[in-house]
Design a protein around this ligand. Structure first.
Ligand code: NAD
Ligand code: ZN
Length: 234
């Protein structure tokens, strides 16, 4: 591992599975018994905002009862100990990475613990339900706060920073993601095209498995701490 300096890690729902948060492809493309088109698109929100709020309010409340696991913790430890650049990009909307202590973190699909005012464009930390249509803390408008979640058909956050980091990285590691959701599913090819080594840690081979230099199968709470020990030379 001597020639590795910059690392980019991508995580998906699989890293939070052992914390008790359901993944989504694993349950036949349903997310907590809901079809994606009914709860995770701008059209769904226009059609039935109450239903969308109820769904994300329930997700937000559930995550508050869960805790980071050994995989989240190992990544936070690696970030603190790693001498080169380290960036963690997550597709997850839970906050288990930050609660484990990760700092160099991009939530490319947004966060449950944040509300976004579509009128004044401010974002606010949010721990309570949105279904009651509370006023925006900045502009006082009712009916303008939505979950700060990137829905299907919307543009993920901070893509410029992510592609810059992928271009500079020597190692790209993908953890607990099915490789179905773009643009994240294309990161492995982007990193490879700039000469990076690529490693996948997942319960099963993902859609994009063939693009990885190496693929290891198993639960994240075992594979991630093992890999972190290995790369730190323990
Ligand atoms: P996904 O559900 O499509 O895929 C999860 C992958 O993790 C699968 O390949 C599965 O085999 C693997 N996996 C399951 N348990 C694992 C374990 N214990 N250890 C290692 N791997 C395991 O998830 P995705 O690729 O992240 O795409 C889902 C989309 O849905 C994302 O956009 C995300 O924002 C959203 N989502 C988020 C959460 C969350 O925030 N925790 C939960 C569900 C869905
Ligand atoms: Zn506002």
């Amino acid at each position: 591992m001597g020639n590795i300096r910059n690392i980019v890690v991508l995580t998906g729902a699989g890293i939070s599975a052992e914390s008790g948060i359901q993944t989504f492809r694993a349950s036949d493309g349903l997310w907590e018994d809901h079809r994606i088109e009914d709860v995770a698109t701008p059209e769904a929100y226009q059609r039935d905002p109450d239903m969308v709020h109820r769904f994300y309010d329930a997700r937000r409340a559930a995550v508050q009862t869960k805790s980071p696991n050994a995989a989240h913790e190992a990544l936070a430890y690696l970030e603190g100990a790693w001498p080169g650049e380290f960036l963690l990009v997550t597709q997850n909307v839970d906050d288990l990475h930050e609660r484990a202590g990760s700092k160099q973190l991009i939530h490319m699909h947004g966060e449950l613990a944040q509300a976004w005012c579509t009128l004044c464009d401010q974002r606010h930390p949010w721990a309570t339900p949105l279904i009651d249509y509370p006023p925006c803390p900045s502009c006082a408008s009712p009916y303008s706060l939505r979950p700060d979640i990137v829905w299907f058909g919307e543009m993920p956050y901070r893509m410029d920073e992510i592609y810059d980091a992928l271009a500079r990285c020597d190692l790209f590691v993908s953890i607990g993601t099915s490789g179905n959701v773009y643009p994240a599913a294309g990161f492995v090819r982007e990193a490879r095209s700039h000469g990076a080594r690529t490693l996948e840690l997942n319960m099963e081979p993902s859609e994009g498995s063939a693009w990885f230099t190496e693929s290891r199968q198993g639960p994240a709470t075992q594979l991630v701490p093992q890999w972190v020990h290995q790369i730190l030379g323990f």
